[in-house]
Design a protein around this ligand. Sequence first.
Ligand SMILES: [Zn+2]
Length: 150
Amino acid sequence: MYSELEFSERSGSLLESCESELERVVARKFLGAGIHLERGPRTLVGRPDFRVSATNILIFAHGCYWHRHRCSAGSRTPKSDVLYWTGRFARQVERDSFVLAQLRCGGWEVCVVWECEVDALDPKRVMDSRSASVSVALANTGNRHAYANQ
Ligand SMILES: [Zn+2]
C-alpha cells in the first residue's frame, strides 16, 4: 500500500495531530501493528478520532471520566454542583450513544477504546472484530462484546 518511508512520514504527522496522550497511545499501538490510521473524517457526526485507512472502521479514544465508562474512573462525580454534573454527564452519555447509532446507521464500524483498557488494546483484534459494531478489543479476554450496549 505505502512504501516504508511514506508510512513513517504519515505516522509522524498523525502522531503530531493527536490532541491527547490517550489518542497518541492508541495511534502508536495501531501504527506499531503496521495498521494505517488517519484522522476521522471531520464531517462525520461525533468527529471520530481515527479511521483505519481504506476501511469503514472508525475509532474513538474515550477518556473514562468524561465518557462515563463503567469503571471506577467513570463513576467519579464531583462533590459540589452535583446536579449540574449529573446532568452534564447524562447529556454526554446520551450524545455518545446517539453518535454511535448514527455512525452505525451510516454503515461505519465503530470501535471505542477506553482509557483504562488501552494497555490491553490489540489492534489486530479490532481488525478481526469488524462485525462487532462497538467493541473493545482486549488482548487477554474473550470478552470483547462486554461494552456493546453502553
Ligand atoms: Zn474505564
